[in-house]
Structures are given as C-alpha cells and as structure tokens.
Write a protein that binds this ligand. Structure first.
Ligand SMILES: [Fe+2]
Length: 315
C-alpha cells in the first residue's frame, strides 16, 4: 500500500470538507486517526489512534472535529458510556460547548449533532444523520464508517449495504482508501445474502490491499454461510500473515477460523487458536468486541460438549 499522504487544512478544504482550525498539524492528525479507524489498525508509523487523539488536542484544543472523532471512536468502541461515566460526559460537553461558540460549517454541525444523538442512546437516528451528511459529502469517510458500524450494531443489513452503494460511484480507484470502501460494501452484500457478489468485491479490495481485514472478514463469513469449511480453512492459512497484525480485528478473524474447526468437530484445533491468539489478544486489548469473541467461542465449545473446566492450560 502507498505511504499515507495526510491532508492539511488546504487539502481538506479542497475535498469540500473544510475543518474549522488553522492548525495543519491538527488536520493531518485528524486524517491519521481516520485512516487507522477505517483500516482497523493502530499504525505505529502514524502514532496509533490514542497517540494521534492526544496530539490533536495538543495541536488545537478547540478543534471541534478533533473532539468529534475522539468521542465518536469512544462511543462506537462501546467500551465507555456517558450514562455511567461522568468523565466521558464531560468530554462530550466540551465538544458541544465548543461547537456553540464557533462558526462551524453545516457539515461540522451535523457531525456534532449526530454524535450528541448517539450519546443520548439514539443510534438509529444518528446513523440516519450520517447518511444525510453523505448526501452532500459522499467522500466523508468518517460519516461512511460511523454509519456502516452503526448499521452493523443495529443489525440493519439492507441499510448497511445501501449506505455504501449510494456513495460508491463517487469513489474512484485513485481515491485513497477506496478499496476499504469497497470492503465495507462487500460486507453489506454478504449480510444481504449476495454471497457471490460479496466474495467478488472483497477479493477485488484485497487485490489492492491484502491487509484489509474487513474484506478478509467478509470472505470468512461467505465461506461460513456457504458451509465451505475447507475453503475457509485454506483461505485463513494462506492469508494469515496479511491480517494478523491488524490489532483491532485479528482476534475476530481468528474467532472465525476457530468456528470452522468447531464445525468439523476439531475442538482441540479450535482451542489451540484460542490459546495462541484469541485469549492473549483479548487480554492485551481489553476491547469489548474481543471479550465477546472470547466468551462466545468458549460458550460454543461448551454447547458442543467440550469439557472446559478445570482447564489445564489455565493452571
Ligand atoms: Fe464476523
């Protein structure tokens, strides 16, 4: 993949999404954060997501879209809730207060409003608002990804597919991260049972960037849904080196790999993946998605009658 070219104030303006800050550094860090969110990875060369968010606030503490992406990632990560976390409520209030005291563009105001709606617990409405943003800004990757993830959480498969299919014609092969948008489309196709098209689109995305773990994930689902267990196992073995460093999704992809083994009745092989990758990744990240994968894998094994406790590996 080509080195990441981060957009400064002028580049964001040229893209039709002017950011209300005079700090080129803040604009570039906003882009770096967005890049990592879309590619499901903490990129050390970019400073990791947490590192970038910290630096955005240092570069311009009043940069509203910096607060938007920071709070958006917290909310979509589902690890913190403003309902029970007063510190997080404060962070959201800072964003809202800054938005009231600055002349923002309508695009920025809509992003703030969508996050406020999400924070109040109305995710379906927030997802609609990101789709409104995309009517005028089809290249807005933040709105694209937040809408995509929201529809995923809500189980709204048709909206997940169509949210991307509406904006896809505006993306060309030379637009940075366009293959990742294709990857999102492939997942929408899969979720609406267009398995062959999903496989084709995800494969095209992987031709551009084999590290695209969301497209890998689409293919994992396709083989699962079509009960092509051996094809799934072969695909995992052949592509592992591409996606295993993608720290946000690798645990889930290994979980899919383990499912194939469970379906074959090869429980020891599933447990080996659990011991080597799934459990350690969960312990390292502490992310809610990884915790769900861990517990659901053990639960599935238990339902298969596998004796898990006392579990000698944990002694
Ligand atoms: Fe999955």
């Amino acid at each position: 993949m080509a080195p990441v070219c981060l957009r400064d104030c002028k580049a964001w303006q040229d893209a039709g999404m002017s950011l209300s800050t005079t700090s080129n550094e803040a604009c570039k860090l906003f882009d770096a954060t967005l890049h990592q969110y879309v590619t499901w990875t903490n990129d050390k060369t970019l400073g990791g997501i947490e590192g970038c968010l910290k630096k955005i606030k240092e570069a311009d503490p009043n940069f509203v879209m910096g607060h938007v992406i920071s709070n958006g990632l917290e909310l979509i990560g589902i690890g913190r809730s403003p309902i029970i976390d007063p510190e997080f409520r404060k962070e959201l209030n800072v964003m809202s207060d800054l938005a009231k005291t600055q002349p923002l563009s309508e695009w920025e105001e809509l992003h703030v409003a969508a996050l406020e709606t999400f924070a109040k617990g109305n995710l379906p409405k927030a997802a609609e608002m990101w789709d409104w943003i995309l009517l005028d800004h089809p290249l807005d990757l933040l709105a694209i990804k937040l809408a995509h993830d929201s529809y995923f959480y809500l189980g709204q498969q048709t909206q997940m597919r169509d949210s991307i299919s509406r904006i896809l014609p505006y993306w060309t092969a030379t637009t940075p991260l366009s293959s990742y948008v294709k990857g999102m489309y492939s997942f929408g196709l899969l979720e609406t049972n267009f398995y062959d098209q999903a496989l084709k689109v995800a494969s095209e995305a992987l031709t551009v960037d084999p590290k695209d773990s969301w497209s890998v994930h689409t293919i994992a689902h396709v083989y699962e849904m079509k009960a092509k267990i051996q094809e799934g196992l072969t695909f995992m073995e052949q592509t592992e080196s591409n996606w295993k460093e993608g720290d946000m999704l690798a645990c889930h992809v290994y979980w899919h790999w383990a499912l194939y083994f469970i379906e074959k009745g090869e429980y020891e092989a599933a447990l080996t993946l659990y011991d080597k990758y799934i459990a350690p990744m969960c312990l390292a990240s502490g992310s809610m998605l990884d915790i769900v994968d861990n517990s659901s894998l053990l639960h599935r094994l238990q339902m298969e009658g596998v004796h898990l406790w006392p579990y000698s590996r944990w002694e």
